[in-house]
Design a protein around this ligand. Structure first.
Ligand code: ADP
Ligand code: AMP
Length: 222
């Protein structure tokens, strides 16, 4: 089954997606990571997305949906969509895309974290720009400061993880992405779960695994 992780920036979607990918074989489609790769390669898409990313705005829906279409893994392995969809228009496009590919509706999981905690997480985040792996200077530190445990290369602080841009990104989440809660929760024909993602990383992973294992049980009926 395909799964959507949605929630504010800093809610821990990437952290959990990486754990499930490495340990449980899920495929991860992170639109943030894909956009940063496009930027790094200076592609047309990367250049078009750059000003939006820099100011903490959402990249236009048509560019994002096209990028996801190109990067959709083949059916057969469960995909975690991490940071996508972020608008109702993207959610509708994803439903159509998956149905056209003969896949069912995705399981939508909302990561809830209070705003003050999100700010603390984003301002202390360190990222491996080569792999997308994230750390936190207090909550999940690497063994050596600013050095990745896996590849030994440098970690960076993202240029959009600064106080002013974080503030704007959280506002954007509240205005443009929170309507997804109603989109996913109101539909009785799909699975939806809200999790308290303010708890420690291992606790959140355990709850996710429990929920995903239960997906083999019958769907709730209308
Ligand atoms: P998102 O992908 O939702 O933007 P990340 O997975 O990048 O969020 O996490 C944001 C920051 O918070 C990172 O520094 C990460 O190490 C840290 N983090 C993630 N999950 C937790 C958690 N459950 N408790 C404490 N810190 C966390
Ligand atoms: P993230 O790594 O998920 O925090 O995303 C970083 C930035 O990439 C966001 O602030 C947006 O500018 C852009 N972005 C990532 N995913 C999306 C999406 N699904 N829709 C629009 N913009 C996105």
């Amino acid at each position: 089954m395909d799964v959507i992780f949605f929630g504010a920036p800093g809610a821990g979607k990437g952290t959990q997606a990486q754990i499930l990918r490495k340990q449980y074989g899920y495929r991860q489609v992170s639109t943030g990571d894909l956009l940063r790769e496009e930027r790094e390669k200076a592609t047309e898409l990367g250049k078009a997305a750059e000003p939006y990313i820099q100011r903490g705005a959402l990249v236009p829906d048509d560019l994002i949906v096209e990028m996801v279409k190109k990067n959709l893994p083949p059916a057969g392995s469960g995909v975690i969509f991490d940071g996508f969809p972020r608008t109702v228009a993207q959610a509708e496009a994803l439903d159509h895309l998956l149905q056209a590919a003969g896949r069912g509706l995705p399981y939508a999981i909302y990561f809830y974290v209070p705003r003050a905690t999100l700010e603390e997480r984003l301002l202390g985040r360190w990222t491996n720009p080569r792999t997308g792996r994230v750390y936190h200077e207090r909550f999940n530190p690497p063994k050596r400061t600013a050095v990745d445990d896996d590849d030994g290369g440098p970690l960076i602080q993202r240029e959009d993880d600064t106080p002013a841009i974080v503030h704007h990104r959280l506002d954007v989440f509240e205005k443009q992405t929170m309507p997804l809660i109603a989109y996913y929760n109101d539909s009785r024909s799909r699975r939806y779960l809200k999790i308290d993602a303010s708890r420690p990383i291992g606790t959140v992973t355990a709850e996710l695994l429990h929920a995903l294992e239960a997906t083999s049980s019958p769907m709730r009926t209308p």
